[in-house]
Structure formats: structure tokens, C-alpha cells
Design a protein around this ligand. Structure first.
Ligand code: C2E
Ligand code: MG
Ligand code: MG
Ligand code: MG
Length: 283
């Protein structure tokens, strides 16, 4: 009998696996044509300068609205794009679009506006990456100091590719780099010093739980202190309420990003968000 149960549960398990595999394959197939079908949209989420209370820039976040069916979250489709290599082409579209958007916003009267773009490890290590970034800047007319590239911690642990060299060359052109989701994964702190990085983006997990215990608060303060002593800026991600923002300001975080100010917005809504009418009304 135990054998029957085992056989049955095996079959159930097998079917679930199978359904998941089918779903992944069909999503991968849809993803392949998403660019040409114009199904992607790049949203912008403002980053607020804690010192001035003003918008300093935005993070570009990819949205996928498949022709048929509901929108798909990036947490679902980005890993598929990475595993199939499609992220290289999608990422190129993202960088181009982000530079064009940033230039457009600057031209609307926000000359210091900067855009931050998420870059996957696969994309960063692809041979053409430097060229793609420089070309996107050239075509859009955006100056390099207004482009920031967000890399994840895991990339800094790899050594089969000249990560530090590529960062250094792009940084020498004026592009800045940040570490996304800092503290979430396996950070090799000693390693960080080898890279030309400007900013640590403190992982949302730390921000959400900041008031759960004095230790958690101390942890956030310690990360900010570490960043300061290394001469790095900090961005706190996932700021959802005033209390959190006030504490972050008090302990010296440079920038905040989160639903407290705005969720990621389509470009037209973002432009409304930063428009002078709104800003003067708010101040
Ligand atoms: P991320 O780069 O860490 O982006 C921050 C995520 O937190 C975004 O999720 C954003 O919508 C969400 N968020 C912002 N403020 C709040 C808040 O106050 N509360 C909560 N609960 N969430 C907040 P999103 O847009 O779903 O993106 C998820 C992840 O997908 C990103 O994490 C990034 O790793 C990846 N991703 C998004 N767009 C791109 C892209 O163009 N290229 C690559 N390679 N990855 C991307
Ligand atoms: Mg990011
Ligand atoms: Mg993040
Ligand atoms: Mg992330």
C-alpha cells in the first residue's frame, strides 16, 4: 500500500512539474515576440532626495502586457528571459528606451533628471554590452552622468569575466553604478572595494522590517554608516510610510524610493508627477 501511495504522489508531482514546464515553455515562446509586438512598457518610479524632498531621478522598471492574457510580473518573466538569453535583446530595448525617456524628461525642464536601469548579469557579461550602452546614450543625446546601471550583488562574486574592468571603462565615461538589493544575498564586502560603484540600494527586506526590533533598526543604520565610510550614496527601497521615511532621513540615507511617494508609473503619469504645477502645489 505504501508503494501505491508513493506511486500516486509521484504521478501528481510529475503532472505539476509537467504543467509548470509547459507554462514556462509557452511563456518563453510569447516572450520571443514581445518586442516586435510592442508588448513591453517601461515604467518609472521616482527617487526622492531626503535633503531637498525633491525628485532626483527614477528607476526604470519593465512591464509586460502580452497581447492575450493578463500582465506578467517581472519576477516571473525576467528569469525566463535570463535563462533563454532573451534578456540581452530585451535589455537592449530597456536601455535605449530609458535613455530616450530621461532625455525627454530633461528637456521638459528637469535638466538634472537621472535614470537608473536594472542590468542582469547575463546581459552585463554579453560581449556587446558596452557598445549597446554607449550607443543608447549617443542616439538619445543623454549625457552619461545621467545614466545609472543597477547590478546585483551576485555579479560581484564572479571572476570568470572582467567585471571590474567593464565597470571601470563605463564609469570612466561618466556612467554610474549601484548595487541593487544590497544585503539580501551573499555580500562579499571585501570585494566591493574593487569596483567603481557609487551607490548601495538597501534591500527592501531591511526597510520593511526596520521597526520590528532595535537590532533591525541598527542594521539599517550600520549599512548607511558603512556606505558613508566607503564614500558611497544610499538609496532605501520599499519606503511605504512616513515613519520609515523620517527614520531614514534621521539616520542619513540619501535617497528614498517607494509607494509612499509613488508606485512605478507610465511615462505620461510620471511627467505629471514631476511637473512644476504639482511641485509648486506640494511645496
Ligand atoms: P528591483 O530592481 O529591486 O526593483 C524594485 C521593485 O520593488 C520593483 O518591483 C518595484 O515596483 C517594487 N517596489 C517599489 N517600491 C515599493 C514599495 O514601497 N513596496 C513594495 N512592496 N514594493 C515596491 P518590480 O517592478 O515588480 O520589479 C521586480 C524586479 O524585476 C526588480 O527588482 C528587478 O530586479 C527586475 N526588473 C524589473 N525591470 C527590469 C529590467 O528592465 N531589467 C532587468 N534585468 N530586471 C528588471
Ligand atoms: Mg533595481
Ligand atoms: Mg531592488
Ligand atoms: Mg531585484
Amino acid at each position: 500500500r505504501a508503494k501505491d501511495v508513493a506511486a500516486n504522489s509521484y504521478r501528481l508531482f510529475d503532472e505539476t512539474m509537467n504543467n509548470q514546464a509547459i507554462e514556462l515553455v509557452s511563456m518563453a515562446a510569447k516572450l520571443k515576440t514581445a518586442i516586435e509586438k510592442n508588448e513591453f512598457s517601461l515604467y518609472l518610479q521616482p527617487k526622492i532626495d531626503f535633503k531637498t524632498g525633491k525628485v532626483r531621478g527614477a528607476e526604470a522598471l519593465l512591464r509586460w502586457f502580452p497581447d492575450k492574457g493578463p500582465p506578467v510580473r517581472p519576477d516571473l518573466f525576467i528569469p525566463i528571459a535570463e535563462n533563454t538569453g532573451m534578456i540581452v535583446e530585451i535589455g537592449e530595448w530597456v536601455v535605449r528606451e530609458a535613455c530616450l525617456m530621461a532625455k525627454r524628461i530633461q528637456d521638459l525642464g528637469h535638466p538634472d533628471f537621472a535614470v537608473a536601469v536594472n542590468v542582469s548579469a547575463v546581459q552585463f557579461k554579453h560581449g556587446n554590452f558596452e557598445h549597446i550602452v554607449l550607443d543608447a546614450l549617443y542616439v538619445s543625446g543623454l549625457e552619461p552622468q545621467f545614466l545609472e546601471l543597477e547590478l546585483t550583488e551576485s555579479l560581484f562574486l564572479e571572476d570568470e569575466y572582467d567585471i571590474a574592468g567593464q565597470i571601470g571603462r563605463l564609469a570612466a565615461k561618466g556612467i554610474s553604478f549601484s548595487v541593487d538589493d544590497f544585503g539580501k544575498g551573499y555580500s562579499n564586502l571585501g570585494n566591493l572595494g574593487r569596483f567603481d560603484i557609487k551607490t548601495l540600494k538597501i534591500d527592501q527586506g531591511f526597510i520593511f522590517t526596520m521597526f520590528d526590533s532595535p537590532k533591525n533598526t541598527a542594521l539599517v543604520e550600520a549599512i548607511i554608516g558603512l556606505a558613508k565610510s566607503l564614500g558611497l550614496c544610499t538609496v532605501a527601497e520599499g519606503v511605504e510610510d512616513e515613519k520609515t521615511a523620517a527614520k531614514l532621513r534621521e539616520v542619513g540615507a540619501d535617497y528614498g524610493q517607494g509607494y509612499l511617494w509613488s508606485k512605478p508609473l507610465p511615462i505620461d503619469e510620471f511627467i505629471d508627477f514631476v511637473s512644476p504645477a504639482r511641485n509648486s502645489a506640494a511645496s
